[in-house]
Structures are given as C-alpha cells and as structure tokens.
Design a protein around this ligand. Structure first.
Ligand code: PLP
Length: 452
C-alpha cells in the first residue's frame, strides 16, 4: 500500500478501507468470496504487462513462452479438476465465457458458407452475399434458458442482455406452487420451441439441478446443452455435486466464473466436449482480445488449491452452512423460496416483513450485513425493488463460520428485518425504497457480528 500511496494516496486509502469494511461486515453476497493470498498475489505480477492474443503455441505476439506455460497449466489443472476433455481459461469474466460458448455453438452448429471458408482459411473469399447469409443464419437461432425471476442469469436469454437479442429466446421458470424446477414443463417448452441452445444453471435458485435430465431434454429436441455453473463451480470442484448433479459429463459446454464458490481470481472459463475445442479456441479473436495472463496464472493457482482435500472439506461446509442458515430462518418464521436450500444459497422472501428487497438490503447494510436484493418467482416488485434477498455462504465459510455462527446470522437478519418499517414517499404514499430502522438495531447487530 505504501508503494501505491506514493503515487495516488486516495487509491491506497480506498484499498485499505475496503479491507477494513470487508473485515467488519458480514459478507453474504452469494457470488463473493475471499481469495487466498496466493491467488491475490499472483494477480499482481508482471504477467499483467504481457500481450498474448491467440492460443498456446499459436500467438499473434512474440515472446509468449511464459504465458504459454501459464495458460497450459491453468487449462491442465481445470481439465483434471473437473474431468473435462477441454478447458479454455482465457475469458475475462463469466459473461465473456458465455459469449465464447454462444459463438462456438453457432460456429459449430449453424451451416454457413462462412464457416466452410473460415475452416479452409479463405475468409477473404467471402462475398457480400455470403456475409448476408451468415448474418441471417446466425441471427435466426433459438435459445431457451431459465428466467431471471426464477433464478437464471441475465446471459441466459434475458431480453435486455445481448443473449436475449442475438437469439430468439424463450425462458422457462419454476413451479408456481413449490418454486422448484419442473423438468416436464422444461421439456414441453423445449419440444414446442425447438431451441438450438438449452441453457441450465442459475444465479439465485437455491436447489440442485439434475443435469442428466436436462441433457435428455436437449437430446430429444436436438439442442446443445450449455450449463453455466458460475455459482456452484466450487461445489462441483469440491465433489459435493456428483453424479447427475455434476454438469460436466452431461453438458456439451460448461461455463463458469472462477471467483465465486470456486474462490479464485475474477474471471471466466469454458469447459467443452472435444468436438467443440477448435471453435472455442477461436474465442480470441472472435469475442475476446488479449488474455489477462496474470489472471490465468491466478486461475492455475486457484485450481491447484481446489484439488486439495481441504478444499473438498470447505465445499461441503458451504452446503452444510447453507442448510444451517435456512433452518435458522425457518425456525424464526421467515419465508424461503422453495422452503429451503441444498446448495450454497438461500433466497429469503422479505414480503412477510412488509418490506421490499431494496428496503431489506439497505437496512441490513446499515447493520453491517452485506447482501443483495433479488427477485423472487413472479415478483410483484420487479427486478429493481424486488421482494427477496439472496444470501450465500461461501465467503463466511472461508472465514471459518460453522453451524452456530450461521444460526446467529439468521437471528441477526431476522432482528434487523423485524425492526425495520417501510417508509413513505415525499408525497406521503408508500415507498418501495425508503425505510425506517428501529432505534439501536444497527448498533446491536454490528456489535454482535464484530464478535463473530
Ligand atoms: N453466470 C452466472 C450464473 C452468474 O451468476 C454471473 C454473475 O453473477 C455471471 C455468469 C457473470 O459473471 P461476471 O460478472 O464475471 O461476468
């Protein structure tokens, strides 16, 4: 920090403050974690200065021999860790990984003169008519993914996201009674819609998914199955999700981030069946620019950490702790979407406290509990205000929290929410944003959490 402070003291100060804040609060954002010092330090090296567009041994820049070592090792560790035939570790983020996968699916599955010529390396021979056909064929494909309010991600076909614009899209939800994924309903939708891509995976669904069933559905309609395991990659790596709950053997493509439950650096990755390897390798330059070599190095370090027995024990604790948190809420009368959890997250429906997700999120933050508001299925408050709060256990599990601590976390959250009232607008009407926190609650909760 001293080195940084000698150049820009305000950045050094913000960095110091971030550490202090992360230490003083309860980090319950389901997509966050604490990476190890080894991972963090690997990100701060001179690999950051190196350009290396291309793939291992096939770069558009000279002097990439050390980046080749890094990228090969990261990919090798990833293949071993997840039992995947092929791994592409260049994507800078989860959204990039999904874009690479979409591009690869289109390139592999859509018949087009462009592709034949690309494969024969004769792109220059393409006529205007070829390009027009390509635009038409690529722009005319269908994608079926889980809707945002059921727990899917923006990149799974949400209209305002590019995935909802580059494909004709439809979305599947969850059963209105149970909140659970209804495989028969997904199959019926797939039969009717005939997507090229069936996307499974989630950001806010508190249950495990049977990927064998999803693959059956994809096969029946001739779709490519793409599973986005960004949230639960740590549970797959840690062998908590095995058999039909492990997407890698079933999916044609498995995409992920590396920084959530997997506890690595910020970044993304694509795992694929061998038949797609050549298409995915074109991620750069089709979708990506120069890879972040320092981050690929940190991915290799994180994957090496994730193959240890310690990480497996950590992953199991993530799931056990989520159960403890859920029980803590249920015994205190709170409502959970699907009535519980069997992964790393809990989706708390805060409407029974008379609050929106936005009000709950802000009140909790005042008390040092960091969460994010989240839609619940068929949310009457929409995606901005929402009716839920999403809570994940990966970060606090890294801090060593166990059953008792998570029971206390539930107690503190219920304390804050039952002592918060919805506020009013300036005109005196009901507000979805303002709130009034009861006297002393923030101090009481902050003090208890500082002791944990
Ligand atoms: N996919 C899923 C399921 C996610 O939950 C997220 C992020 O929260 C992403 C993709 C996007 O990851 P990133 O923020 O790294 O682009």
């Amino acid at each position: 920090l001293e080195v940084i402070a000698s150049v820009e003291p305000r950045i050094a100060e913000a960095t110091r403050q971030e550490l202090a804040d992360q230490r003083a609060s309860l980090k319950l954002i389901a997509s966050e974690n604490y990476a190890s010092p080894a991972v963090l330090m690997t990100m701060g090296t001179w690999f950051s200065d190196k350009y290396a567009e291309g793939t291992v041994g096939h770069r558009f820049y000279a002097g990439c021999q050390n980046v080749d070592t890094v990228e090969s090792l990261a990919a090798e560790h990833a293949r071993e860790l997840f039992g995947a035939p092929y791994a592409y570790v260049q994507p800078h983020s989860g959204i990039d990984a999904n874009l690479v996968a979409f591009w690869s699916i289109l390139a592999n599955k859509v018949e087009s003169p462009y592709l034949e010529k690309l494969q024969a390396k004769n792109v220059n021979e393409l006529t205007e008519a070829d390009w027009e056909t390509l635009r038409h064929d690529f722009g005319n494909q269908r994608l079926l993914g889980m809707s945002l309010d059921a727990g899917g991600h923006l990149t799974h076909g949400f209209r305002p996201n590019i995935s909802g614009k580059m494909f004709h899209q439809q979305q599947y939800g969850t059963d209105p009674e149970t909140g659970l994924l209804d495989y028969d309903a997904v199959a019926a939708k797939a039969r009717e819609f005939r997507p090229l891509v069936l996307v499974a995976g989630y950001s806010a669904y508190p249950r495990r998914v049977n990927f064998a069933k999803m693959r059956e559905i994809a096969d029946e309609v001739g779709a490519v199955l793409m599973v986005d395991m960004a949230h639960f990659a740590g549970l797959v790596a840690g062998k908590v999700f095995t058999g039909e709950e492990n997407p890698v053997p079933y999916a044609h493509f498995t995409t992920t981030t590396t920084h959530k439950s997997l506890r690595g650096p910020r970044g993304g990755m694509v795992l694929a069946q061998e038949e797609f390897a050549a298409d995915v390798d074109r991620g750069c330059p089709m979708v990506l620019g120069g890879p972040l070599s320092h981050v690929m190095a940190a991915k290799a370090v994180a994957f090496a950490e994730a193959r240890t027995p310690d990480f497996q024990a950590y992953a199991q604790r993530i799931a056990d702790n989520a159960k403890s948190l859920a029980e803590g809420f249920l015994t205190r009368g709170a409502n959970l979407v699907t009535g519980g959890t069997d992964n790393h997250l809990v989706l708390l429906d805060v409407s029974s406290f008379g609050l929106t997700g936005r009000q709950a999120e802000s009140a909790l933050l005042d008390a040092g509990v960091v969460t994010n508001r989240n839609s619940v299925p068929a949310d009457p408050n929409g995606a901005w205000y929402t009716s839920g709060v999403r809570l994940g256990t990966p970060a606090l599990t890294t801090r060593g929290f166990g059953h008792d601590e998570f029971d206390t976390v539930a107690e503190l959250i219920v304390d804050v929410l039952s002592n918060t009232e919805a506020g009013t607008t300036k005109a005196g009407g009901p507000s979805k944003a303002s709130y009034v926190l009861g006297d002393g609650v923030a101090d009481r909760v902050t003090k208890r959490s500082a002791e944990m």
